[in-house]
Structure formats: structure tokens, C-alpha cells
Design a protein around this ligand. Structure first.
Ligand code: FEO
Length: 399
């Protein structure tokens, strides 16, 4: 049975073939659903659970880890279904199990299992539960990755369980960071994972890292990817998170202009809008992005890191075009609120693209600048002046 120490066994499920996680995340290197069993001298705790798809192998791993013992506790550090999918089945197998979760976690679990009678012990920051010769200490860690998240620390073993935090969608047969064969691939997966999961919660990442300061950790056991050791990736990953979560000090406003253009009409508007922005804010970083000419990750990053942005779309079949909606789908809705945005585009018949985009952006709580600039077919000299004026007035509104 794989183990961190003789008292802390690994009940994880490896899924090296997974290529898309939660519908949208690319997982080029697979993933793992990590979980653990802590065998105390008096009591036994399971730490985190697994995806329902892997119920049978997970239950087998748990049985193997427990031997003849029965678990007393199930600690749910975070309750997204990749970790909580097997909770209902675990309870059927071990009906006397007490679930340990945060206040928010307790609410989620009732809806995840559809059981109102769950035996849940709600814990708060600093609470402890004794397993005899081992202690479970809980550390509140909200929004890492959901409001329910917490860490669990075993001081006697110096093992920290962080669920999603500091993890990676990365899978190799060996379970520890010291055994990773493809270091660069692992580092890439840590970054992609951070961007997809924690980027919107950067202030909470910094708070979480602060809580780990001074904590003696020999192993950090996340719920995805290799277990981190103090001499290998634990410190690296904390440093990486610190760097990525720390806000960049920028002196220049970043105002990207995104567009698509079939016949060059919307593109010409984009160029003149950009000119208008620079007339009002000569120091601004203004980049025009043809959505068909750039990697999607670059576009998403430019949008989410902007101070304000503009979107230009023609109208085809009474709507904006798919690349534009793809871009809006990449908006980080947690951090985009009140972000100023302006819209422009050429059309042939009726020009519904812009009102549709405005509706979508308003529902995301962006501050949509008005009026939008709609131009019928080829922009005239007056239309190009109007585009420049849109850029100028939008930029001025940011002052
Ligand atoms: Fe791995 Fe947020 O769940």
C-alpha cells in the first residue's frame, strides 16, 4: 500500500489518460484524485474522497488501507464533486462515519449527497480532532478553491493536506514530486492549473500562503498531482503561487482592442479606435488583437489583465461571431465586475451583434460604455472620425 508515513496511507486514484477536466480545462498530462487514510492509535480518518466515476477502485483502496479497521472520520477539505462524488457511497458502507467539514462545506454536502441527516462536525480555524497519537488541525482557507475550502495539518507527522491548493493536473506512476520524470511538463501543468483554478482568487491565494508561513511541513499532500516534499516542490510551488498572485505594479493603463473582421471594415474601425485612445492617453498600452490571429490563451490573458477593453464585431445572421463569444466565455467573471468596455462593429443589414454583446457583458457586470459605434458596411471618412472619437471619449472616461 503506498504511504507517506506508516500511519498516513495513500488511497489516490490515478487517471493518466484524462485530457479535459471539468469540461474546460485541458489536462495534457492526465490527473489524479488524491485521498488519504490516517491511522491513529485510537481513531481513523479518511482525508478527502474521490470522483464517483472511480467509486469501486477508490473503495478498494480504502479497504486495503484500513485493513480490519473502520473509519471514524471523513475530512472533506473541499467538496467539489471530483472529491465528494463518493461520499454518499462511503456513508452507505460506513454508516457511523462522522464527516468533518467547514460551515460552507456542510451546506454543500447536504445538497451533494441529497441527505439532510448527515452526521457532520463543523470545524473552524484552529480546531483540532484527536485520533490518539495523531492530531488533525484545521486551517480555514476560503476560496482555495471554493468558499468551503480548508486545510488539514497533522503536527506529529508534519503533513499538510491542501486539497486543490498547490496541486497540479499531472500524473506519473510514482506519487511524489521527487520522482517526477518530466520536470518541465510538471512546471507547465502547475501554471495551467493555477491559471484555470486560482487566478480569480489571487487575494485569497496570498492569504492562504500567509497561513502556511511558519508551519513545519515535510509533505504537502494536495488532491491532484504529486505529493510535494519540503526538499523538492513544496517551496517552489508556494513561490510560484506567490509570484502569480501578487498584483503587478503597472504605471501604464492596459487597454486591448479585440476584433474580428471578414472584409476589413471592423478592422479599420479598430485601428481608428486605438488611435483615439492613444490621443487621450498617450501612455496607455493599446494592442489590437484580431481574434483569428492569436492563441486563445493569449487573448484571454490580455482581456482578464486589462484595465479596460474594447470589442469589435461584425453582425452575421443577426448576431456576433463565434470567436467573439469564445472570447467573452474566457472572461473571469469573478474579477471582471465594473471593468469598462466599449463596443463597435460594421454590419450589413441590421447590426444586432453590438446589443447582444452589450447584454452579455452587462450580465457579467462589466461597465458597458455607450453609445456603441455601429457602421453600415464600409466605414466612411466620417465613420472613421467617429471611431477615433469613440476611442478618445472611452479613454477620457477612464481618467
Ligand atoms: Fe479538485 Fe475544486 O476541486
Amino acid at each position: 500500500m503506498p504511504m507517506i508515513t506508516p500511519s498516513v496511507l495513500i488511497t489516490s486514484i490515478l487517471n493518466p489518460n484524462m485530457r479535459i477536466f471539468d469540461i474546460v480545462m485541458r489536462t495534457e498530462y492526465g490527473t489524479s484524485y488524491n485521498s488519504y487514510a490516517v491511522l491513529g492509535s485510537e481513531k481513523v480518518a479518511l482525508i478527502d474522497s474521490s470522483h464517483l466515476k472511480f467509486l469501486e477502485p477508490y473503495l478498494q483502496n480504502v479497504e486495503k488501507a484500513l485493513g480490519k479497521r473502520t473509519p471514524d472520520y471523513l475530512v472533506m477539505n473541499h467538496n467539489e464533486p471530483d472529491h465528494s462524488g463518493t461520499v454518499a457511497a462511503l456513508l452507505e458502507r460506513y454508516p457511523s462515519l462522522t464527516i468533518i467539514a467547514s460551515q460552507a462545506g456542510a451546506i454543500y454536502l447536504k445538497n451533494i449527497t441529497n441527505r439532510a441527516d448527515l452526521n457532520i462536525m463543523k470545524v473552524h480555524d484552529g480546531d483540532e480532532v484527536s485520533l490518539g497519537d495523531k492530531t488533525l488541525r484545521f486551517i480555514n482557507a476560503p476560496f482555495l478553491h471554493w468558499p468551503d475550502s480548508m486545510f488539514t495539518y497533522i503536527p506529529e507527522e508534519k503533513i499538510l493536506f491542501t486539497c486543490d491548493f498547490l496541486g497540479a493536473h499531472y500524473c506519473e506512476p510514482q506519487l511524489f514530486d521527487t520522482c517526477v520524470s518530466y520536470r518541465e511538463a510538471y512546471a507547465n501543468s502547475v501554471k495551467e492549473y493555477y491559471d484555470a483554478i486560482f487566478h480569480p482568487f489571487a487575494p485569497y491565494v496570498l492569504k492562504g500562503l500567509e497561513k502556511l508561513e511558519g508551519l513545519e511541513v515535510s509533505w504537502c499532500a494536495p488532491s491532484h498531482g504529486p505529493i510535494l516534499t519540503d526538499t523538492c516542490e513544496y517551496e517552489h510551488n508556494r513561490e510560484r503561487y506567490r509570484k502569480w498572485a501578487t498584483p503587478l505594479k503597472r504605471t501604464r493603463r492596459r487597454i486591448p482592442v479585440f476584433y474580428v473582421s471578414a472584409y476589413g471594415n471592423t478592422e479599420r474601425l479598430a485601428t481608428h479606435v486605438a488611435r483615439g485612445i492613444l490621443a487621450a492617453l498617450p501612455d496607455a498600452e493599446v494592442t489590437c488583437y484580431d481574434l483569428n490571429q492569436h492563441d486563445f490563451a493569449v487573448l484571454a490573458s490580455a482581456l482578464n489583465d486589462s484595465d479596460a477593453f474594447l470589442v469589435g464585431s461584425p453582425t452575421i445572421n443577426r448576431d456576433a461571431l463565434p470567436p467573439v463569444f469564445n472570447l467573452l466565455a474566457a472572461i473571469d467573471a469573478v474579477t471582471i465586475a465594473k471593468r469598462p468596455v466599449a463596443l463597435f462593429g460594421s454590419y450589413g443589414w441590421s447590426g444586432e451583434a453590438l446589443p447582444h454583446l452589450a447584454e452579455r457583458l452587462t450580465s457579467l457586470k462589466c461597465a458597458v460604455f455607450g453609445p456603441q459605434l455601429k457602421v453600415c458596411f464600409t466605414p466612411s471618412a466620417a465613420d472613421l472620425v467617429a471611431a477615433e472619437e469613440l476611442g478618445r471619449s472611452f479613454a477620457t472616461s477612464l481618467l
